[in-house]
Design a protein around this ligand. Structure first.
Ligand code: GLA
Length: 390
């Protein structure tokens, strides 16, 4: 494989000895069920064939050296395998460091360090979970080397913990779960309340999943994300005053929510909670439609998901709205919506294969005219989760 051969060459140049093992970890795209994971609802993501590769060799001491071919100017970063703390100067290496740290704290101490070269094919900032991809990758490298006996769901949870507690980003479980548990040609219906999940085959016949990246340079996603979480939590607490057994917004039907919504005092928080509840139920309805081969209905529910994220949850912005609105106007587009946290990043669209060229052309023209720079496109194939290659 050309990518791995190239990485092995770089490995020898940087470290002066050969790499011994190689790994791949996908990115993810969420088809529907957005901002529901931390509200105890359902998500429906799949792992994609773009992701992060690693070539690895053991060291005999307690130190690791890591190098990213995407961030050459950061050079080789070194860190010890115990007692780690977040270090801003180490930049991207905080992701693998965070995983080493949460493993150690969970009683899975690495007996030695590694030399590792990483290379990612996910566009940065595209909302396709490059950080979760790297975290689960590091988890699998550790488990593979030391045989702690962790299964993938346990590694997924530790990877999320690394992001929450070490890196300090308060994400839900969806990204790490999709990356670790992905399965070729399937999306995962995951109940984020219980972590029950099942695979659902994605057979789109004459259509494909097209990811369109806004290429928006900066976004304030993380602070706005935390505000949404806090608003939903506050709304839930108000609902608990009248329904004490309620554990999460994801437990409510739309009808139950409408009956109770008057107990949420702030209008804005009522909207946020409504999105969480409706989107969860919409995701379940959409999976049912897909499994009934009603792809048109699935697409319509994707569009409704975008409306709700735009109007009630307010996480789209002009870039994502322009992409989605333009997509809706193109014949052969079955559905289109923002995917991931929002504020920038990407949309996911289901497009008839014979309409993909027109879709790209129309969306690129209209988006560039309005926003001032071009979007980019990837036709996604659905991949397996994080694994060792050789
Ligand atoms: C980000 C987070 C996920 C999830 C999505 C929104 O990707 O990392 O946990 O909350 O946003 O659905």
């Amino acid at each position: 494989m050309e990518i791995l051969d190239n990485m092995k060459k770089v490995f020898e140049e940087k470290f002066g000895h050969p790499a011994k093992r190689s790994f791949f970890s996908p990115g993810r795209v969420n088809l529907i069920g957005e901002h529901t994971d931390y509200n105890g609802g359902h998500v429906f993501p799949c792992a994609i064939s773009l992701g992060t590769y690693a070539v690895v060799a053991d060291r005999t001491d307690d130190k690791s050296r890591v190098y990213s071919m995407n961030l050459e100017d950061k050079g080789v970063v070194e860190f010890p395998m115990s007692g780690l703390q977040y270090d801003k100067a180490k930049d991207w290496a905080n992701y693998p460091m965070g995983v080493v740290d949460v493993f150690e704290k969970a009683g899975h101490k690495a007996a030695h360090g590694f030399d590792i070269v990483f290379y990612g094919t996910l566009p940065a900032g595209a909302g396709l979970s490059s950080s979760a991809s790297l975290e689960v990758l590091m988890s699998v490298i550790l488990e593979d080397a030391f045989g702690f006996g962790l299964d993938m769901v346990e590694m997924v949870k530790l990877s999320q913990k690394a992001e929450n507690q070490f890196v300090g980003v308060n994400c839900g479980i969806m990204d790490q779960f999709a990356v670790g548990m992905g399965k070729k040609d399937c999306a995962i219906l995951l109940d984020c309340n219980t972590l029950d999940y099942r695979y659902s085959k994605i057979a789109l016949k004459d259509a494909s999943i097209v990811i369109t990246n806004t290429n928006k340079p900066h976004s304030l996603a993380s602070s706005a994300y935390n505000v949404r979480r806090a608003q939903c939590e506050h709304a839930l607490n108000e609902l608990k005053e009248v329904k004490p057994e309620l554990g999460a917004l994801g437990e409510l039907s739309n009808e139950e929510f409408n009956k109770l919504a008057g107990h949420i005092s702030e209008q804005l928080e009522r909207q946020r909670a409504r999105h969480a509840v409706y989107e969860n139920n919409r995701a379940l309805e959409a999976v049912q439609a897909l499994e009934d081969n009603d792809i048109e209905k699935f697409g319509k529910l994707m569009n409704e998901s975008h409306f709700s994220l735009r109007d009630d949850y307010d996480v789209t912005g002009v870039e994502l709205d322009t992409l989605a609105e333009t997509a809706w106007s193109v014949p052969g587009v079955i559905g289109s919506r923002m995917t991931g946290a929002g504020f920038g990043g990407s949309t996911v669209s289901i497009v008839k294969n014979d309409a993909i060229d027109t879709f790209k052309k129309t969306v690129a023209e209209k988006y560039t005219a309005k926003i001032g720079y071009a979007p980019s496109f990837v036709v996604a194939s659905i991949s397996d989760g994080t694994h060792r290659i050789d």
